[in-house]
Design a protein around this ligand. Structure first.
Ligand SMILES: Cc1cc2nc3c(=O)[nH]c(=O)nc-3n(C[C@H](O)[C@H](O)[C@H](O)COP(=O)(O)OP(=O)(O)OC[C@H]3O[C@@H](n4cnc5c(N)ncnc54)[C@H](O)[C@@H]3O)c2cc1C
Ligand code: SF4
Length: 488
C-alpha cells in the first residue's frame, strides 16, 4: 500500500489544469498543462489498496491499479509501467481519452473524491516513452501462421500486437490512408495529439506487425483471397454507419454527419494539402452559425473543432433533459454515474440546450438557414412535444452527432457472408468467432458503438481466442470473460 494514511492526510483530489481558453483556442495542442510529479505521487498515495479493489472491476481491461499507484508513490516508475503494460497495450490512448469507469467505481469515491487513476496512468506511459523504456517486445519463436486484421482502430491494433508477440505473422489492413481508426480521424488533435499513435505504430512495426493502408477489404481484396492467404482473420472494422435524422429539409446543403466534418480538421493538423487559400478545409465552421445535434462526446468534439476554426456561434442540442449536477440516484456507486459533465470543449464556448427536438430543417436556395425546434418531455417511454415551445435557431452548418448504428454491410461483411445480430453488428460466440470458420470479431464491429478501453480489451481477448484456434492453447491474457462479452 502506497501510504497507509494517504487518503486521510490528502483528502482533496487534484487533476491537471487546463490551459487558458484563449490560448488553447489559438492552437490545436492538447488542452492540459503538465502535472508535477510530486503532486502525482501525493495523489497516488490516496489509494487505499482495497481488499476488494472495485477499480479493477470498473476497468474493462482489469488494470492492476493499486499496484501501479503504489509503485508510482515509491518512485518505481519502471516497475510501474511494466505492471501497466501487463494489462493495457496502449495506456497513452486510455490515459488521455477514457471516461475512466475505474474512477467511477473507486472505493474512495463512496465518501470522498476518487483517486486520480487516469492521471497516474498517463504520466506513467508518457514517462516510459520519454525514458526510452517502451521498446519492441519480440516473439520468442514464429509459428508460421498468418493472421489478417481488418481495421486499425484500437481493437485491431491490440489484437495485432498480442498476436504478433505470440509469434504469428500479422498483417493489418486499413482502408484509410493512415493507421489508427477513430483515434486518427475521429478524435481531434486537442484531445489526443496524433504523435502518440505514430510512436506506438513504430514499436509495433519493429515487433514485426505489417501495416497495409489504402486497402479496402471486400473491395480491393476479396474476402475469398484473404481467407486463402491467411490462417485466421480478425474483423475490427468499427461501427461506421452514423445515425441519421431523416426529417423535412435533410437534403439541404450544409448538413453533415460529424464524421464527414471532423476528419478534415485532423488532416490539416497532419499537414495534408486539403485547405483553400484561407487555410480552410472543404467542410469548416469559419464565420458560421453552427448547430450540433447530439449532446455527447462526438458533439463536444465538433464543438471544440468549430470554435478553433472560428465559428460565429455554436449551439449543441440534446434531446435528453439536463442531467443532475451530482451522481443520479439511478446510477449509484460503483456504476458509471449519470451526471452533468463539462468537457474541455464546453468550457471554451458555445451554448448547450437540453430537452430539445428538431422538427425540420429550414432552407433557402437549397442551403440550410435555420432549425425549427421545440422542447420535449419524456412520458410513458417516449419523448412528447411540449406545446407552445416552438422556436427557430439560425444555422449555416449543421453537424449530426447522434451515434452510430453498426458496421457497413457492403463490401467486407457481405463478401465474407458473416451473420449479424439483431442490432446489425457482426455476431460472435463465446470464443469471439463469427459463423464463418477462422473469422473472429473485436471492437465496435461486434459490440456496437462503445469506448476505446472496451476496444482494447476486446482486441486482447479476441487475440487469445485466435491464438487458441491456431495453436491449440494460449498464454495470452483474456480480460473479457465470455460472461462479460455482452456488457458495455
Ligand atoms: C468523434 C468520436 C470521438 C470519440 N471519442 C472517444 C473518447 O474520447 N474516448 C473513448 O473511449 N471513445 C471515444 N470514441 C469511441 C471510440 O473511438 C471507438 O469506440 C473505438 O475507436 C472503436 O475502436 P475499433 O477498433 O472497434 O474501431 P474504429 O476505431 O472505428 O476503427 C475501425 C477501422 O476499420 C477500418 N475499416 C473498416 N472497414 C474496413 C475494410 N473493409 N477494410 C479495411 N479497413 C476497414 C476503418 O477505416 C477504421 O479505421 C469516439 C468516437 C467518435 C466517433
Ligand atoms: S478502488 Fe480506489 S482506493 Fe481502492 S484500490 Fe482501487 S484506486 Fe485504490
Amino acid at each position: 500500500m502506497a501510504d497507509p494514511k494517504g487518503f486521510l492526510t490528502h483528502t482533496s483530489r487534484e487533476t491537471p489544469t487546463r490551459r487558458p481558453v484563449d490560448l488553447r483556442l489559438s492552437d490545436w495542442k492538447e488542452v492540459y498543462e503538465d502535472f508535477a510529479s510530486d503532486t502525482l505521487r501525493t495523489q497516488a498515495s490516496r489509494c487505499m489498496d482495497c481488499g476488494i479493489p472495485f477499480c479493477h472491476n470498473g476497468c474493462p481491461l482489469g488494470n492492476l491499479i493499486p499496484e501501479w499507484n503504489d509503485l508510482v508513490y515509491k518512485d518505481r516508475w519502471l516497475d510501474g509501467i511494466e505492471r501497466l503494460h501487463a494489462t493495457n497495450n496502449f495506456p497513452e490512448f486510455t490515459g488521455r481519452l477514457c471516461p475512466a469507469p475505474c474512477e467511477a467505481s473507486c472505493v474512495l469515491g463512496i465518501n470522498q473524491d476518487p483517486v486520480t487513476i487516469k492521471q497516474v496512468e498517463v504520466e506513467l506511459i508518457d514517462r516510459a516513452f520519454d525514458e526510452g523504456w517502451v521498446q519492441p517486445v519480440y516473439p520468442v519463436f514464429l509459428t508460421g501462421k498468418r493472421v489478417a486484421v481488418v481495421g486499425s482502430g484500437p481493437a485491431g491494433l491490440a489484437a495485432a500486437q498480442q498476436l504478433t508477440r505470440a509469434g504469428h505473422t500479422v498483417t493489418v489492413f486499413e482502408r484509410a490512408d493512415r493507421i489508427g481508426g477513430l483515434l486518427r480521424y475521429g478524435i481531434p488533435e486537442f484531445k489526443m495529439e496524433k504523435r502518440h499513435i505514430d510512436r506506438r505504430i513504430a514499436q509495433m512495426e519493429a515487433e514485426g506487425t505489417v501495416f497495409r493502408t489504402g486497402v479496402n477489404v471486400g473491395v480491393d481484396i476479396t474476402a475469398e483471397d484473404l481467407r486463402a492467404t491467411h490462417d485466421a482473420i480478425v474483423l475490427a472494422g468499427g461501427s461506421t454507419i452514423a445515425r441519421d435524422l431523416p426529417i423535412e429539409g435533410r437534403e439541404l446543403d450544409g448538413i453533415h454527419q460529424a464524421m464527414e466534418f471532423l476528419p478534415w480538421a485532423n488532416r490539416v493538423q497532419l499537414g495534408d494539402d486539403v485547405t483553400d487559400a484561407d487555410g480552410l478545409p472543404p467542410i469548416n465552421a469559419r464565420g458560421k452559425k453552427v448547430i450540433i445535434i447530439g449532446g455527447g462526446d462526438t458533439g463536444a468534439d465538433c464543438l471544440g473543432t468549430s470554435l478553433r476554426q472560428g465559428a460565429e456561434s455554436v449551439h449543441q442540442l440534446e434531446i435528453m433533459p439536463r442531467p443532475p449536477a451530482e451522481r443520479a440516484d439511478s446510477t449509484p456507486w460503483p456504476t458509471y454515474p449519470l451526471m452533468y459533465r463539462v468537457s474541455s470543449a464546453h468550457e471554451e464556448g458555445g451554448e448547450r440546450l437540453f430537452a430539445v427536438n428538431t422538427e425540420r430543417f429550414v432552407g433557402e436556395d437549397g442551403k440550410v438557414t435555420a432549425l425549427q425546434l421545440h422542447e420535449v418531455k419524456f412520458e410513458a417511454g417516449r419523448f412528447v412535444k411540449v406545446e407552445g415551445t416552438d422556436f427557430t435557431l439560425g444555422a449555416d452548418l449543421v453537424l449530426l452527432a447522434m451515434g452510430f448504428v453498426g458496421p457497413q454491410r457492403e463490401g467486407l461483411i457481405e463478401d465474407l457472408g458473416v451473420g449479424l445480430t439483431d442490432r446489425g453488428n457482426v455476431a460472435r460466440d463465446d470464443n469471439w468467432a463469427a459463423d464463418v470458420d477462422g473469422v473472429f470479431v473485436a471492437g465496435d464491429m461486434g459490440r456496437g458503438q462503445s469506448l476505446i478501453v472496451w476496444a482494447i480489451a476486446e482486441g486482447r481477448s479476441c487475440a487469445a481466442a485466435v491464438d487458441r484456434y491456431l495453436a491449440g492453447t494460449s498464454e495470452l491474457p483474456s480480460p473479457i470473460e465470455p460472461t462479460r462479452l455482452a456488457q458495455r
